[in-house]
Design a protein around this ligand. Structure first.
Ligand SMILES: NC(=O)c1ccc[n+]([C@@H]2O[C@H](COP(=O)([O-])OP(=O)(O)OC[C@H]3O[C@@H](n4cnc5c(N)ncnc54)[C@H](OP(=O)(O)O)[C@@H]3O)[C@@H](O)[C@H]2O)c1
Length: 225
């Protein structure tokens, strides 16, 4: 399966790409500029040269959306709509994991504060933008910090909460997510649950700032999942 990371040149997308590539996935890094994606991939392949069989290529976001079997969106909220509109015609009925968090930074505010969206959550906004495509939107990776992802080969001390309206899609996402070492994936229910999942992130960012860490994460206990 080819996993295409749209906006994959940034800290969240590229680090997710590294971890999933180490786990054996076939990764496509997407960018607005193909050249930027190619450069980031070249640097990453050099960085991961001790690992065998890393499969990672760079493309424009449009080509990545076309070539990928499963898509992951990792762009800031301010870029969410334009990015989705640029790939919309290539998404079809694919699964799209949305990592977008509506941080107040989108309007010049604090990364430790949430900004309310009319649609309820960034993932619901994505679903609305892609509503005519048949895409299966799943909120995920919102609470795992890029520092955790970048801390290779250490296990990632954080659970991944997901939400979405398609059970089959969520089962596939869980299988993918749990390829990340240390991560357990919990299906929280319908896509509207993204409203709560996304809100945890600015809380964690605030805790990181307060306690001078980069590794704030969360674990759900007392539930067998
Ligand atoms: N960083 C984290 O620890 C973390 C954790 C959980 C969730 N998230 C969420 O994941 C998403 C990505 O976070 P990030 O830290 O990786 O973001 P980022 O590094 O700021 O941006 C990611 C990529 O998005 C594209 N982009 C940036 N600004 C854009 C614009 N104005 N218009 C179009 N494309 C633009 C760029 O790709 P190109 O220039 O190559 O097109 C950039 O490399 C965010 O929604 C964030 O809230 C992040």
């Amino acid at each position: 399966m080819k996993v295409a990371i749209i906006g994959g040149t940034g800290s969240q997308g590229l680090n997710l790409g590294k971890r999933l590539a180490i786990a054996g996935e076939d990764i496509i890094i997407g960018s607005r500029k193909e050249e930027k994606a190619l450069t980031k991939v070249e640097e990453t392949l050099e960085l991961l040269k001790e690992y065998d069989d890393i499969k990672m290529v760079g493309m424009s976001n449009e080509d990545a959306a076309k070539a990928g079997d499963l898509l992951i969106l990792t762009v800031p909220l301010a870029a969410q709509k334009a990015t989705l509109q640029s790939i919309k015609e290539f998404v079809g009925e694919k699964i799209l994991i949305d990592a977008t968090v509506p941080l107040e930074t989108a309007i010049g505010g604090s990364p430790a504060r949430f900004v309310d969206l009319m649609e309820g959550s960034a993932a619901e906004r994505t679903a609305k933008i892609l509503s005519k495509t048949g895409a299966k939107v799943v909120a995920g990776f919102n609470n795992i910090s890029n520092s955790h992802l970048d801390n290779i080969p250490e296990p990632i001390d954080c659970d991944c909460l997901i939400a979405g309206d398609d059970n089959e899609a969520k089962a596939q996402v869980k299988e993918l997510v749990e390829k990340l070492p240390g991560v357990k994936c919990l299906d929280c229910g319908k896509l509207e649950k993204a409203r709560m999942i996304e809100k945890i992130t600015p809380l964690l960012i605030g805790l990181n700032i307060k306690y001078k860490s980069h590794y704030g994460g969360l674990r759900i206990t007392g539930i067998d999942f």
